[in-house]
Design a protein around this ligand. Sequence first.
Ligand SMILES: [Zn+2]
Ligand SMILES: [Zn+2]
Length: 266
Amino acid sequence: MIHSLAYGDFRYFRMARTFLGRALYWTGVYLVDGLLVDSGPPNLARDVRRLVSELGVRQCVTTHSHEDHSGNHALLAGALRITPLAHAVAAGRLAQRDAAPQLYRRLAWGVREPVHVAALGDWLETPHHRFQVIHTPGHAPDHVALWEPRRGLFSGDLYVAPKLRYLRADEDVHAMIESLRRLIALEPVALFCQHRGQVEHGSTRLRHKLEFLLELGERIQALRGRGLDEAEIARALPGSDLFWRLWTGGDFSKRNFVTAFLRPRS
Ligand SMILES: [Zn+2]
Ligand SMILES: [Zn+2]
């Protein structure tokens, strides 16, 4: 299922695999001036192939190596004879097949094919826009945001929501906080989120997320100071992560927040 939206000259294609007519997990790609930002999950390859055949894609970039964002880069490289772009850190990861993606990832997104990508420089140009490439690790070590001061910020998965009930096991929350600070300093008006589409009041939204994380970190440290172990701290945090914990086999959990905040900064 693909829905198309236009934000001025930015087009957003929101897509999801469906089960019994219901979307399982929404994600999306943007098209700006022939530049495709992310390529969607591998299990939507047929839809993406049809989409790009109609769109005149000349360049393709990925915000990070997660397969719901980079899943059709191999298809694009083959069908359009273009070399996708990604942060240098992503190149090694994308060149290999994922060794053993968890079951929930295989079900929600499918397994991506390996692809050769070229490393992004500091800038990415299209006929009408010039994007600053900003390395924003945390959600993934190879995550980048793309900044066009006149239009806004492609925020990848750094924003997604102001409050999170869970963290992936491989996320680095300290790096995420630093990356949020870097993006807030740009004072973006609009965010272009892969999962949500255009989000207004960008810098305020990013600030809310930063404040949420800082408060959560303080709370975790305070509970640690009272002698609680990681499991006890996770249970003491508000909200339930039960659904996500079960569905992802523990890859998304509150406990991961605790582990990540208590891990020394790298
Ligand atoms: Zn991601
Ligand atoms: Zn994502």
